[in-house]
Design a protein around this ligand. Structure first.
Ligand code: AMP
Length: 506
């Protein structure tokens, strides 16, 4: 039997009536998860699909999606989660790269414009209600086989399918369970789409530990009133999200320890946790455990973590991303920074959480993965520095590094400085290119803190620039400050710098 399925089954059999999935009033038990996924496995094995061929599973954040994920693994097929909020062309692109054997379609879309056979929601509903639950666990997904394949956003070019094996997830889950004390007492917020690996923070270590997954789905997230109600009236005790999603919820009245005393653990991943966001959180939830974690999809969800408390806020202007998992190795492709004395450069990582590469894409795999001293390293594309004790700090993406008038500038470094000013809630600095494709200006798009939104923009811009002048070099100061109501947010809930660069350069 697949080892992850085995662990979930053992946990589920100890408390079959326990709720594993809760979405508003809708709840489902562990027993249901086991039984229904057996039926999907039986149905899939009866189809005699090519061994180990992947399957696209298309839908939202419904219980049936989790059932189908586990059913596919039991049957012996890796799954490719595709969110039903995606553009339909995404299915065509993914289909072309992955050549899946089947599409399990938990949506009302009838035609994806591809030849791959699909099973409709109606048929799947019948399978889920059937008595056929016999499958051969010897044919289940093996330790080094692909478990899931998550496709990158592919805003430019063809999306890449990151292959994650059973062993990759097992290693991540074992680390996460220890690091964040997973237990059956946990009720976890699950807001990320299932096509974003942040959701794996909840799903696998969670189901293996017997937690209740509290879904806040896309429709709820889109509606301010509904979202506020879902968050404030919830009983979850563990928060998992991107910092941007948390920032959005800070506006809700009653979102604090006084009204939500059970909420005592916050785990962030996926984008930078700013000093300002962490400070606001600890003000509202002074006794809560707050963790910053970091990791690319290619390294299975997260590979570093650190607890952030008042001491960290005092000690660091820009928060660290934590210590690397002890069974992983790293290299920094860079130099010792003259001013800080710290080794700084692109982070390369190796170890049991590293993917075997991109599905059917040797060219991109070769670009991003490199064998060094007999070990496979993944090039993260992230600029990282390392303190003497091994604490890691994030400085931005290598591809968000610009050159302006000869100076090399990390756009995220500029945002980090802006974010430390009292007037600024969020910012995203982007380059403006001239017709020779050179950066002619840096434009900072800024969302103001509520207390400043009615202030005169010229005065604000002057004050902000003066504050920056006191702490940084002239060339790091954005040429234009543009005050906006909100920043574009990607489907995965992160500030979408690439979209903003496109908009500014239209
Ligand atoms: P994804 O593969 O979509 O999960 O994105 C991974 C990328 O998000 C990383 O390579 C980083 O650039 C960024 N990222 C993830 N976690 C953090 C963090 N805690 N701080 C800063 N950047 C992060």
């Amino acid at each position: 039997m697949n080892s992850i399925i085995e662990k979930i089954t053992t946990t589920a059999l100890q408390a079959p009536e326990k709720i594993c999935y809760k979405n508003g009033e809708e709840t489902h038990t562990y027993q249901e998860l086991l039984q229904k996924s057996d039926r999907i496995a039986s149905f899939l094995q009866d189809k005699f699909l090519p061994a180990k061929s992947p399957i696209i599973i298309f839908g939202g954040q419904q219980f049936e999606m989790l059932v189908m994920f586990l059913g596919a693994i039991k049957a012996g097929h890796a799954y490719i989660p595709v969110d039903d909020g995606s553009d339909p062309s995404r299915v065509i692109q993914i289909n072309e790269v992955a050549k899946p054997a089947l599409i399990l379609n938990w949506s009302n879309i009838t035609d994806f414009g591809v030849d791959t056979p699909q099973v409709t929601k109606e048929e799947l509903t019948q399978v889920l209600a059937s008595d056929n639950n016999i499958y051969d666990s010897n044919r289940s997904v093996g330790p080094d086989d692909n478990f899931y394949i998550i496709f990158t956003s592919g805003t430019t070019g063809t999306p890449k399918g990151v292959q994650i094996s059973t062993n990759n997830i097992l290693d991540f889950a074992n680390w996460a369970e220890n690091e964040f004390d997973y237990s059956g007492e946990m009720k976890m917020l699950l807001q990320a789409p299932f096509s974003f690996d942040l959701s794996v923070f909840d799903i696998y270590p969670g189901l293996m530990s017997g937690v209740t997954l509290n879904i806040v789905d896309k429709d709820t997230t889109k509606n301010f009133g509904k979202l506020q109600e879902a968050i404030i009236n919830s009983d979850f005790n563990t928060w998992v999200s991107t910092p941007s999603f948390f920032e959005m919820c800070l506006l809700f009245r009653g979102f604090d320890a006084e009204h939500m005393p059970q909420l005592n653990k916050f785990i962030f991943c996926g984008e930078e946790l700013t000093h300002a966001t962490a400070k606001k959180l600890l003000k509202k939830f002074p006794d809560a455990e707050l963790y910053n974690t970091y990791g690319p999809t290619e390294n299975t969800v997260a590979i570093t973590s650190i607890r952030i408390d008042q001491d960290s806020l005092e000690k660091f202007d820009r928060l660290p991303i934590g210590y690397l998992k002890s069974n992983m190795d790293y290299r920094i492709n860079g130099l010792v920074d003259e001013t800080t004395g710290q080794l700084t450069g692109e982070l390369l990582v190796s170890g049991p959480d590293v993917s075997k590469g991109y599905l059917n894409n040797p060219t991109q795999t070769e670009k991003a993965f490199e064998m060094i001293d007999g070990q496979m390293f993944y090039h993260t594309g992230d600029m990282i520095s390392v303190a003497d004790d091994g604490l890691l700090f994030y400085h931005g993406r290598t591809d968000f590094q610009i050159k302006m008038h000869g100076y090399r500038i990390e756009l995220e470094e500029v945002d980090s400085m802006l974010g430390n000013l009292e007037q600024i809630k969020q910012s995203c600095t982007v380059p403006l290119y001239n017709n020779k494709k050179q950066v002619s200006k840096m434009i900072a798009c800024i969302v103001l803190e509520n207390d400043f939104i009615d202030d005169d923009e010229k005065d604000l811009a002057a004050d902000i620039k003066d504050s920056l002048k006191a702490t940084t070099m002239e060339y790091m100061i954005p040429n234009v400050l543009k005050f906006v109501k909100q920043l574009p947010i990607s489907k995965n809930g992160k500030i979408d710098r690439k979209t903003l660069i496109g908009e500014i350069n239209e």
